[in-house]
Every structure is written in C-alpha cells, then in structure tokens.
Design a protein around this ligand. Structure first.
Ligand code: DGJ
Length: 721
C-alpha cells in the first residue's frame, strides 16, 4: 500500500486498500499522463501493459492524450485545469515534470479545510510541474489513505518569475479515462429539496454542475460521479469526486469526439483572477476522489468513513449530539424569555436536552427586515438578559444554544449605518437586497474582527454550548472597496478563506461549543463546512416524505452523523402535508435528531410520543452515527417506499428503516433484501420476534408488512444471536 515510483519506466503507482491509480512521465518533454484508475493491480506497475501514447502533439494536438493536469493554450482543447495571463498578455502554458517527493503523512492546506491523516495511515506524493518560459510551477499533491479507498488531490501554483502573472483558472483535479457507456450522477435541487439524485447518460460534450453564487448552493452540489450504465448499489464502476470547498465550483465531465472522458473539479473560473507576484503561491482546494468497483454503496461507505475519521474534528466528532429543540418553526420572531422557558420546561420532561434560540434574539430584530450585524441581546425579548435565560435553562438540566448569521448585514442596522462600506456593493449601483440583507465584505480584516469580537462577547456572557451559523443569501454585487481593481477577481475565493478563518477562530476559542452550519436549510452542505462543524442543517423542509429524497441524496456522500434532522409540526410549514408523528421521528432518526415545534402547544398524544422518540434516539444513535450505511430502496425511484439500513462495523447489530410513502392497491408486501450482514450470523429481528440467518435476510429478504394508508414507517432492529 502507499505510493511507489518506478524509476526505470518513470511511472507512479498509488495504492489504497482496493484501488490503484497510475500515471507516468512521458517523452523527452516530460508530460505527466494518466494511465489507470480502478480496481487494485497487484505488484509493481508493469509498463508493458501501458498503452503507448502518441505524443507527437508538436505536429498534431494533445486531445487524444490522458493528461494529469492539463493546461490551456498548447493544443489540449478539452476543459483545462490551469490558465494564466502573463504581463505580456500571453496565455499558452505547458507545465512538464521536474521532480517529485514521496513522504509519509499528509500536509495541511494553510487557510483551507482538508482531510487530515497521520503518518501511520497516509502517504503523499508531490509532483513539481514547470513551464519555465511562463515562469509557472504547479505542484500536484496526491494523498493516499491506507484505511480508506480515497485519494485526495490539490495543487499549489507558484509564480517563479519576477513579473506578475494573473491566474485565471486553477482547478484541483482531472481524470482522463476512456468512455465506457458511462452515466453521470449529480446532486441537484432547490431550497426545500436539496441534493436530489440525478442520473443521466453521459453524452458528447460537457455536462456537469457548478455554482456562481459564492456558496456551494441548493441548486447543484460539488459532487460528480461517472458510473457504468448498469451500476447499482452493489455492482459496477464508480468514479466520484467531491470538493472540500464551500464557494463557487465547477464539476464537469466532457465526452470527446474520440470517446475519451475528462472529469474535472475545482474553483469556478467565473469572475476568478488571482494576481500572483513573483515568488507567490496559490493553493487550490482539495478534491476527494473515490473509485468503487462494487457500485454506489461502496462509494458511499468510503466517503462516510473518510469524513468521519479524516475530516470532522472537535469534541463532538465521535460522540452523541444533544437532542435539541429549536424555536424557529415554534415561534418565528415572536418570542420572549417566558415563552422560551415554557418550551424548555416542557421539552425537558420528554428527554430533550438542549434549547436553541433561533433568529430574532438580537438588536431590533422583530422581523427579517432589519438588524443583522447588531449582535447585541435584545432585552425587550430576552427579558432579564441572556445569562438569566441560559442559567434558567441550565437549571432545568438542559444545554443552551443560539443562532447567528455572521456574514450578513441589514441596511436597517446600527452596523450598516456606522460602516456602509463594509457591505459588498458596486459604488452607485443599486444592489440586490435578498431577504433585506447584504453580504459583508469578509475579505476585510476589520470586518472579521468586528464579527468575531461581537460574537465572542455574547458567547462569553453566558454558558452557550451550541451555535447555529446561518447564511441566507447568495453573493451579488461582489466588489470590495478595500481591494484594487486588479484584485477584484480574488474576492469570491478570499470571501471563502475569510469564512473559514472566522469559523476556525470560533472553534479554537470555544472548543466546547457544538457548531452546526446552515444556509437557508442545506445551501452550504459540503465537506468544506464539515471541517468546522460536525453537523449541518440538511434542509428547511422537514416534511417526513420530502426528507426521504433529501436525506437519501445527502447520505449518498455524507455520514448520517452530519445530517441535521428535526421533527416538526404539521401541517408541515414548507409543503402543508400532515404525516404521523411517529413517522417524523423515524425519519429524523437518520440524522442528528431534534425538534422544531412548540412543544407546549402540540397535540397531547403527540407530545407523549416525544419521550418514546428520545429513548429511541439514545438506543440507536451509536449505531446510526458509526455504522455502515446501505441504501436498500429509494422512494424517489419506486415512488412507493424507502428503505435503508445501518450495520455496526462488527456486523452484530443493524437497524432497518422502512417508510411506506404511498400505498398502492393490489401490490404484494415488499420483500427487501438486506445488505452488509454476516452470512455466518443469525439475527434476532425484534419486530418479528424471530431469529433469522444473515444469508436468508440478504438473499431471500425481509418481509415487510405493507400497511393500509400512506406515510407509515417502521424500524426493524437486528441483533446477533
Ligand atoms: C434559515 C434557516 O435554515 C432556518 O432554520 C432559520 O434559522 C432561518 N434561516 C432564520 O432566519
């Protein structure tokens, strides 16, 4: 396992547990070409199996070559990874191999979120590529995880000349392979229906997803996968990329006329131009690449393990999160200390462990038209002050958490009146005022310091143990009055670096605080954010049925331990549907679990169920958080029912979650073939009060009782006998 370099043949072979990735240095010029990515190849790389590459591009072009890090302007007409403009205005670039280094461990990417690993489980390869004429070096970083079938990539781009260059494109990864009737899978959606799985045939031309909103977004997701057209959860080839970044991105597959496929991922070149003076370096964020020869299920479990073990940090990384009750859907802006304490008291009786006060506790915030930026407690609402409220909540034996939207300012706020230049805007242009708010120019240090200081003051004034960090509008009118004209193209990325810096300051200064990211629901749910917060609010739409596809798409990549999921009141505030309280609890069990309703007002019978649900959470959460996830049936595909299961790593326990979303007449009861169990173990299935061998459950299946009526849900708990 690890990385080897075959000096004679000038070939690199990168091995994870089950995969190999091979590339070579080609010809006198030293182009770096891609040779293979797939199922693990035994032994050393054997050059006789490597197709010879016709590299006569000086008389022809490079379109037919599989390149590792293609550049623009020298005859590779596919999507490039790197583009520059020199002071003379030239754009042609052709970096070639210069040297490399292989070492144990994995370097941090300064200022950026990234997976981490120590020397015992990771090896890194750095390849220096250079275009001496343009004065540019690209250092390609590949890290190989020994315990997970993932390879991460990023790139450091250096100006080795004395003159400035403008970096106009800096993607992080490229994979060139031959087409094999691939489908392409992306995650798409909108507010309230984030990350719905879309699968389509990869046709000729370019297909993919992107964001130009300054956030990863509700609409598309920084994930892309190429899969064999017959790939299932258990079979087929899958090549996936996921971007550890939360701002503008592009993820693209290009099928060319000669039936090659290029897959790329990185920062979106839209409005990107980074000025590099002599000796300066730009770091492109990390891409995680996963190959699975065993379908989508294995890809999912690889991402889950990688993120749980090598991305998520902090005190709550491996432990159960407190069951929270959030007052947003309970009260919206209409609350005060008495109302909050009444909710907390009732919630405590039923096993809820933390009260979270959402939007509206600060400044003049009686509605969403004003006050963002004024992070001072509104004592008209929080009568007696924050410390009093938190102490009272603590006296009940509950934790306390609160909401912030640190990156924003409302034009009607003391902050804006004092510093109108702190908001992004183009002078004399009437900018967008989505939700009556503007985006703060986080690229300015004084802005970051103001936010940090005002948050810290609140957080230090009482025993706050949780923050919900919200972000409710995309970036527009992106212009900074503190940057010169030739650096305005740096703002989108500088903005992300600033958000990361601020979140890092918060988690370092307040390590006991559980941070949950949020962006109008799940509009910034990405691996970049997971580096700072172990959980992210998945969607504002908590309808138990709509959540089936939202959570299925989210769990395609992200561990269940990260998915913010709450039981809310009905009719559901987003879609107006009424579902049984029991079903809402079972659906929320797939995530971090909590409530978002006025527990003092809901129906008595429903309130009583909360005690059962909180017990259920404690019974199953260790398994749900740490287990292996298997997708068994998809409501978005079959339009009838949804089913997934989680199996403990030792295979001695499993939990099957079945939701019957729509009843269909004259259909037999579903028989669902379970997965991931041991064939050598028999399992006691408590709902059936029977012990059934693992091979029977996996091959014959679990007979699920179909009930009359929609929206029914059931759990099947399996324990080894
Ligand atoms: C959007 C979030 O997704 C909601 O949960 C809530 O916090 C509101 N913002 C508050 O403005």
């Amino acid at each position: 396992m690890g990385i080897i370099f075959n000096e004679k043949e000038r070939i690199f072979k990168l091995d994870t547990k089950d995969t190999s990735y091979i590339m070579g240095i080609e010809g006198d010029l030293g182009h770096l070409v891609h040779i293979y990515y797939g199922k693990k190849l035994k032994g050393d790389s054997n050059p006789s199996y490597i197709p010879s590459i016709n590299f006569s591009h000086k008389i022809w072009f490079m379109d037919g070559c599989a390149m590792e890090y293609p550049a623009g302007g020298c005859g590779d007409f596919r999507e490039h990874c790197i583009e520059i403009r020199t002071e003379d205005g030239y754009t042609a670039l052709e970096p070639v191999y210069v040297s490399h280094d292989i070492y144990k461990g994995k370097p941090l990417l300064p200022g950026l979120p990234a997976t981490f690993a120590d020397e015992s489980c990771c090896t890194t390869l750095e390849i220096v590529m250079r275009d001496a004429l343009a004065g540019v070096e690209a250092v390609l970083l590949y890290s190989v995880f020994e315990d997970t079938d993932a390879i991460t990539r990023s790139v450091k781009i250096r100006n080795i000349d004395s003159r400035d260059i403008m970096l106009t494109k800096a993607l992080s990864a490229c994979l060139d392979i031959t087409n094999d009737d691939y489908d392409i899978i992306t995650l798409n959606g909108a507010w309230g229906r984030e990350r719905s799985i879309q699968r389509q045939k990869l046709g000729y031309g370019r297909s993919g997803v992107f964001s130009e909103r300054g956030v990863s977004g509700h609409q598309n997701h920084p994930f892309i996968a190429l899969v064999s057209d017959n790939a299932t959860q258990k079979t087929g080839d899958v090549y996936a990329m996921n971007f550890v970044y939360s701002g503008n991105y592009e993820a693209q597959c290009e099928r060319t006329s000669n039936d090659m496929v290029r897959m790329v991922m990185g920062i979106n070149p839209y409005d990107f131009a980074w000025k590099l003076s002599g000796g300066q370096e730009f770091i492109a964020p990390e891409v995680v690449m996963v190959y699975s020869a065993e379908g989508l299920g294995k890809m999912t479990r690889t991402f889950h393990d990688l993120y749980r073990n090598h991305l998520i940090r902090g005190r709550y990384k491996d432990i159960k999160r407190p069951i929270l009750i959030n007052n947003w859907e309970a009260t919206y802006f209409d609350f005060d200390t008495d109302k909050l304490l009444a909710i907390a008291k009732e919630a405590k009786k039923h096993g809820i462990e933390m009260l979270v006060v959402d939007d509206g506790w600060f400044g003049n915030r009686f509605d969403d038209n004003r006050a963002l930026g004024d992070w001072v407690v509104n004592e008209e609402k929080i009568k007696g002050g924050l410390k009093y409220l938190v102490d009272e909540v603590n006296k009940l034996g509950m934790k306390f958490g609160m909401w912030f939207e640190p990156e924003m300012v409302c034009p009607d706020s003391d902050l804006y009146r004092a510093h109108p230049d702190w908001a992004f805007h183009v002078p004399n242009r009437e900018g967008a005022r989505a939700r009556n708010q503007m985006v703060l120019d986080m690229t300015r240090k004084e802005v970051r310091d103001y936010i940090f200081d005002s948050m810290a003051k609140v957080l230090n004034s009482a025993n706050v143990e949780y923050i919900k960090w919200d972000m409710n509008r995309a970036l527009t009118d992106v212009a900074s009055l503190s940057l010169p004209a030739d650096r305005q193209g740096e703002i989108y990325h500088r903005y992300m670096l600033a958000v990361y810096e601020l979140q890092e300051r918060i988690v370092q200064e307040f390590p006991h605080i559980l941070l949950e990211n949020c962006s109008s629901g799940g509009g910034r749910y990405d691996p970049g954010m997971l580096y700072y917060s172990p959980q992210i609010w998945c969607s504002d739409n908590a309808d138990a049925i709509d959540r089936l596809s939202i959570q299925e798409g989210t769990a395609l990549i992200y561990p269940l331990s990260t998915m913010g999921a709450h039981v809310t009141d009905c009719p559901n505030h987003s879609v107006g549907r009424t579902t049984p309280f029991e079903t809402r609890g079972i659906v929320a069990l797939a995530g971090t679990f909590g409530y978002e309703l006025d527990v003092t007002k809901i129906d008595e019978k429903e309130r009583e169920q909360i005690s059962e649900q909180t017990k259920m959470f404690h019974k199953y959460n260790d398994l749900v958080r740490n287990g292996d996830y298997y997708r068994l049936a998809s409501y978005s595909l079959n339009h009838r029912y949804d089913c997934y299961m989680v199996v403990s790593k030792d295979k001695k326990e499993a939990l099957v979650t079945y939701v019957q979303a729509r009843t269909v007449a004259a259909m037999p009861d579903p028989v669902i073939k379970l997965d991931g169990l041991s064939e050598d173990i028999s399992y006691y299935v408590d709902e059936l009060e029977r012990t059934i061998p693992g091979d029977v459950l996996m091959n014959m299946g679990l007979f699920v009782k179909y009930e009359h009526g929609d929206y029914k849900a059931r759990l099947y708990h399996l324990t080894a006998r």
